[in-house]
Design a protein around this ligand. Sequence first.
Ligand code: ADP
Length: 541
Amino acid sequence: MLGLMQQQTLLISDMIEFAEKHHGDTEVISRRVEGDIHRSNWATIAARARQVANGLDQWKIAQGDRVATLAWNGYRHLELYFGVSGSGRVLHTLNPRLHPEQITWIVNHAEDTVLCFDLSFLPIVQKIHQDCKTVKHWVAMCDPDKLPSDSGIPHLVSYESWMGQQSHQYAWPALDENTASCMCYTSGTTGNPKAALYSHRSTLLHAYACALPDVMCLSARDSILPVVPMFHVNAWGLPYSAAMVGAKLVFPGAALDGKSVYELLESEKVTLAAGVPTVWQMLLAHLKSGGLRFSHLTRTVIGGSACPPAMIQAFNDEYGVEVLHAWGMTELSPLGTLCTLKNKHLALPAAEQMKIRLKQGRAIFGIDFKIVDDQGKEQPNDGKAYGDLLVKGPWVIKAYFKQEGASPLQDGWFPTGDVATVDPDGFLQITDRSKDVIKSGGEWISSIDVENIAMAHADVAMAACIGMPHPKWDERPIVVVVKKADAKVGRDELLKFYEGKIAKWQIPDDVVFVESIPLGATGKMLKTRLREQLAGYQLPA
Ligand code: ADP
């Protein structure tokens, strides 16, 4: 017998309609590329999203066609999020930090038909436009008077003159909820990037999940600042979740330095901010140097790479801000786990609670995970056994775009490429990317553990642990360190700092001090490039 409930499809257009109807005057604030602060609200965003949809209709952009963006976090980008997907086209966010050649490859692979870009990325567009064969329309996300007259890009229009002349009226199409809504390419540190192609349904379910109390606990009382970019995995779904709960949104634009972010956090009374550890490092340094405090911030979501314990402690102990450590990836839309305590942990001493908070967290309803050995045998959840992490759920990919015939799944599970342990309470701890795993004398050493200890030293700004070939042990770890300005720590002192913190055989054999560690397009350490840089390096005898 079937239930007698309404069959309501889950569509992105429903989220913006909801935000307009029930939270129309809730603000959406953006620091613009021009430097000024722009104030909008959900009602205006919704009306302008409908203008975008009409603009795409006028250009006869077909359903399913890809509309690309090359843009910072801001209100126009948000309008495109809803206008493009809501009208049945696929929003394709491009990562401007990639090399122009890679961007060209991605645009051609995705067969983008429209490309909307912030003026700061004009130089990239000037480099690539002749090689982007499928793009018919180039849109500069600016006012008409800011449109460069000599850009060299044929038929370039300003966003405002294109969508501004369209009607505010638009009937969102009743799409199948499995229709593709947005796409994002992985950073492709090895080989060509691959695209995750999200659907309306997966995006909506992910947005619901993010808002849950044990996840980001989002509500209409929040003022949310996503530092995490809208150009990579949809800013962790925050634009959608914010619309769904009617939260205020605050966009930092291009200014991601500590001072600019701090100013916005304070002036817009931000309660929750989200970003990768490298961004928070700049913010914490700014706070420390100026003796500043947060007036409204209560929690910050940190993920994308392992959050160093020293950072969690600094936020928690010095500034009273709760860190929500999250793990995810492009193929998971991106959220997989987030770390919040359980009821039984509340009575634990603060130090014990902190040990749990350092982990990547528990599964969110919808996501299931398990760890397996080389033979695919499930490993125990004892917090010690480690294995390859497999996941499944309604917002996990089943195939990559244009590779539909070659499913990456193993018995329905997606192999993440991460290595992890799971404790008896279900808390996941990532020890490594499988390609970064260090094997010494048959035993694994977690590069994340080694890095976290170095990061806890007051003189260390950044640390990367990599394995070096060793005649007896196969591999031995070394730690590559960037010192803080004017810091004095030397090799021997840092190696001594490891004593008592991990097993003796896990202590790195050497410390190599460098000016900087190469970062990839999503702000993560690029260990492949670091290894190339250290090509001539030899372990101490
Ligand atoms: P890419 O950089 O290839 O596009 P993603 O941005 O999707 O990939 O990053 C996914 C990877 O980032 C994960 O598989 C994992 O290795 C790493 N990662 C994400 N969050 C965390 C975290 N909290 N701790 C450790 N590693 C993390």
